[in-house]
Design a protein around this ligand. Structure first.
Ligand code: 9Z3
Length: 283
């Protein structure tokens, strides 16, 4: 976490939002969480997420006028640089400088410079850091009421080993034991007690399509938030279902030159506008 404590990261968020000038602010969570299997961690539970959804959505949120707090798994994909996994091979040396004339690279560097005062990067690694940061940042954002969009795209572990059950040292092969506990769902408390006025979007990931919408509805009724974006592991880049209290809406990518996040953010921005208008927030 770049050596900063949770409290220090939350202080940075406080300073960042103090002078925030735009009308809307989004907290985007992105990437997977790590749950340690030993106190001196050699092994851990992790998941597949590289943070594509969060990083891509952030680019469209910035373009749509949002200020963004990008709470991401350290070393996961970042907005703008995500397009260039092998940057090193795109550069050559001229007069002692690394240069490139790749138009897409130039365009993305310019965008990243253009938006740099409107995005704050907050890294996490473990599940514990994720949960504490989320709560701390939401507490800081609460006074901004309806202007806040909470966009929970991170892939959060469902299982972990409680601190008291963790072995101190590297687990011995002859003593293998994984006393897993289910991660307490903190979303209801977040929605009810910490950011009750903000527009909260959670994501639901499944691999069995027959239960996808039902699970999304269950999340919506348990947590009392505004929207669930439901997606399937293998089709998540082409198809999502937006589930709210009244209906469900499918978004399908038809143009292969586009990214599905563009349509997701368009739609969510509209819903967020309605949410702000209903509360009488000036836009
Ligand atoms: C998602 O469903 C995201 O869309 C993905 C994005 C993790 C699939 P990538 O990083 O993947 O772009 O490759 N995020 C939420 C996953 C999650 O943990 N949801 C919980 C659940 O399904 C609820 S918070 O129970």
């Amino acid at each position: 976490m770049h050596g900063k404590s949770i409290a220090e990261h939350v202080k940075c968020v406080e300073a960042f939002v103090k002078d925030f000038g735009s009308e809307r602010i989004a907290l985007v969570t992105s990437g997977g969480t790590q749950a340690p299997l030993e106190k001196n961690t050699v092994r851990f539970i992790d998941n597949f997420s590289m943070g594509t959804r969060g990083a891509t959505s952030t680019e469209y949120l910035l373009a749509a006028g949002y200020t963004v707090i990008f709470m991401h798994r350290e070393s996961s994909l970042l907005p703008f640089s995500r397009h260039f996994p092998s940057l090193f091979t795109m550069l050559h040396v001229e007069d002692g400088k690394a240069v490139s004339s790749d138009a897409k690279l130039v365009d993305n560097i310019q965008k990243s410079i253009h938006y740099r005062n409107r995005i704050l990067f907050v890294p996490f690694v473990t599940l514990d850091q994720y949960l504490h940061l989320l709560e701390g940042i939401c507490t800081v954002l609460e006074p901004l009421h309806e202007r806040v969009l909470v966009y929970l795209a991170a892939a959060v572990s469902d299982f972990y080993i409680k601190h008291d059950d963790l072995p101190t040292h590297k687990m011995k092969t002859e003593e293998v034991s994984l006393p897993l506990s289910v991660v307490p769902k903190n979303l209801q408390r977040l929605v009810e007690d910490i950011v009750p006025r903000s527009f909260v979007v959670s994501f639901k990931l499944e691999t069995d399509e027959s239960i996808l919408v039902e699970k999304a509805r269950k999340a919506l009724s348990s947590y009392g938030h505004q929207l669930v974006v439901a997606n399937m592991l293998h089709t998540r880049k082409e198809h999502v279902v937006l589930v709210d209290n009244e209906k469900e809406m499918h978004i399908r990518l038809t143009d292969k030159n586009k990214e599905i996040e563009e349509d997701i953010i368009d739609n969510i921005k509209e819903r967020h506008s309605d949410h702000m208008a209903n509360a009488g927030t000036a836009q």
